[in-house]
Design a protein. Structure first.
Length: 179
């Protein structure tokens, strides 16, 4: 069974064994230095781990900030994209209206065309009035002719009835045809 060096040193000092006590004292100091060295190494490792943990937390904070900034940039870009889409839609509508407007002839061309159409309408109205006058004249002529024919037919009938009274029945039986 192995005893602790400190208890062995204490026993040797009580027993008065100076050589053993000196040797055990030196071994005890070596053990204490080894423990102290180990503690220093643990403290150094602990400090290094703490620094590393702080760096890790700092980088995590930077990473979170970068992520938040990226998310904000994405949201901003989405808004810009929607605005750009709306602007594109307006531009397309403007282009459609522009295309329709360019298909409409110029006001001067339309005015010239309207003047030509109005002149043509006036000419047609004049021709219509001339035709109406000719037709009225022809109606009057036809009316005069019809009246003359009616009078001739009435005279023929009157002549025929007078002949019938005179005894010529043959003339009364055949009616006269007007062509």
């Amino acid at each position: 069974m192995r005893h602790c060096r400190y208890t062995q040193f204490c026993q040797a000092a009580e027993a008065g064994a100076v050589n053993d006590a000196v040797r055990l004292h030196e071994e005890l100091l070596v053990d204490l230095y080894a423990i102290q060295s180990h503690i220093f190494r643990l403290n150094a490792s602990s400090a290094a781990y703490r620094r590393e943990q702080e760096l890790y937390e700092e980088k995590q904070g930077q990473l979170r900030a970068s992520i938040a900034q990226a998310e904000q940039d994405i949201q901003d870009r989405k808004v810009q994209l929607e605005e750009a889409r709306a602007e594109l839609g307006r531009q397309q509508e403007y282009e459609a209206v522009k295309h329709r407007v360019t298909r409409v002839p110029a006001r001067s061309a339309t005015a010239a065309e309207m003047a030509a159409v109005e002149k043509e309408i006036a000419d047609l109205a004049q021709q219509g009035a001339a035709l109406d006058a000719v037709m009225a004249q022809r109606r009057e002529q036809f009316k005069s002719i019809m009246e003359a024919i009616s009078q001739v037919y009435a005279n023929i009938e009157n002549d025929g009835t007078e002949e019938g009274l005179l005894g010529d029945g043959a003339a009364a039986e055949e009616p006269m045809q007007v062509g």
